[in-house]
Design a protein around this ligand. Structure first.
Ligand code: GLU
Length: 308
């Protein structure tokens, strides 16, 4: 039994792909009688909207995905993130980086042309600046990000769905130039604080996991285990997105499909129900086997999301 969780970013209404991942996270937890926790990742004030967070919670409830304890709001956790950042600075494994986004992309593109270089990894321009060089850049008004020295270490783990996975760690950002803690830092600190033992999330985040394992180690925190589940694609093979049509639960309701209909659709896509069979989440818990989670993305039938 390991606490599970789902941690949406309220930058838009959740779409059916996000909701199917939430269902899977809930099923992984409930099928082992584990607690299921929610966290709203609203760290970025520029993109987070309260109405999206509230709609996400309402969507979970409508699908029957209950949760334990109070919802954690990441924006309220700043002092904990700052403490972890201070701890990392004290290890001597961090440095301020004054590069602009444009410079980083140009450097990374050049470096990626070298054999075996990971695409878009930070090349380390600010890694060894002298204190004089740092002062010069600060005096010019540049606000630095904070990076941690990954130095190309490799971290591997065994994912419950993907199997063995290994990735290289570049010097990645742990605090943005506006002072907001970066996702990789906050997710590690908050998963630990919530006692999360198993992270189930979309496989678009698989690449971030070696970085998170590295940060857990630097902070002396026991990391969770991971299950990265395949995403949902539209009929043309693109990752599901708002522009593809009726992709939210609310859109589906306007088309006359109830949350129960959407749940049945998800269940069919996971091999947990026959087409058209009405199901309740409790039935799905009985039928769910983590070992049988499909390894391939699910292509959403065009008839579901295209508005005629
Ligand atoms: N908040 C992230 C997202 O919505 C997910 C974070 C995670 O599950 O680790 O993409």
């Amino acid at each position: 039994m390991a606490n599970g969780r789902f941690a949406p970013s309220p930058s838009a209404r959740l779409h059916l792909g996000n909701l199917r991942t939430a269902l899977l996270a809930w099923l992984f937890a409930r099928s082992t009688e584990s607690r299921f926790l929610l966290r709203i990742e609203d760290l970025d004030p520029a993109s987070s909207r309260m109405e999206h967070a509230e709609a996400a919670l309402a969507d979970f409830a409508a699908l029957g995905l209950d949760h334990d304890g109070v919802v954690m709001w990441q924006s309220e956790r700043r002092e904990h993130h700052d403490l972890a950042l201070a701890g990392l600075v004290a290890t001597g494994e961090t440095y301020p980086c004054f590069c602009s986004r444009k410079e980083i992309l140009a450097d990374a593109e050049a470096a990626a042309r070298a054999p075996h270089a990971p695409a878009f990894a930070y090349v380390g321009t600010c890694r060894d600046l002298s204190s004089g060089q740092r002062a010069e850049r600060e005096a010019a008004g540049r606000r630095p990000t904070l990076r941690v020295r990954g130095e190309g270490r490799r971290y591997g783990f065994v994912d419950a769905v993907v199997g063995e996975f290994e990735g290289e760690i570049d010097d990645f950002v742990i605090r943005r130039s506006d002072g907001v803690p970066a996702y990789n830092l906050a997710v590690v600190v908050d998963d630990y604080a919530q006692g999360v033992g198993q992270v189930v999330r979309g496989d678009d985040l698989l690449d971030t996991t070696p970085r998170q394992l590295f940060l857990s180690e630097l902070l002396g925190l026991l990391p969770p285990t991971y299950a990265h589940v395949p995403l949902v694609l539209d009929a043309s093979g693109e990752r599901l997105a708002k522009r593809h049509g009726a992709v939210t639960l609310a859109d589906q309701q306007t088309l006359g499909r109830t949350p129960a209909d959407v749940l049945s659709l998800f269940a069919v896509s996971l091999g947990l129900a026959d087409s058209g069979e009405p199901v309740r989440v409790a039935d799905l818990v009985e039928r769910f086997d983590p070992a049988s989670v499909p390894r391939m993305p699910w292509t959403m039938p065009a008839s579901v999301i295209v508005v005629q």
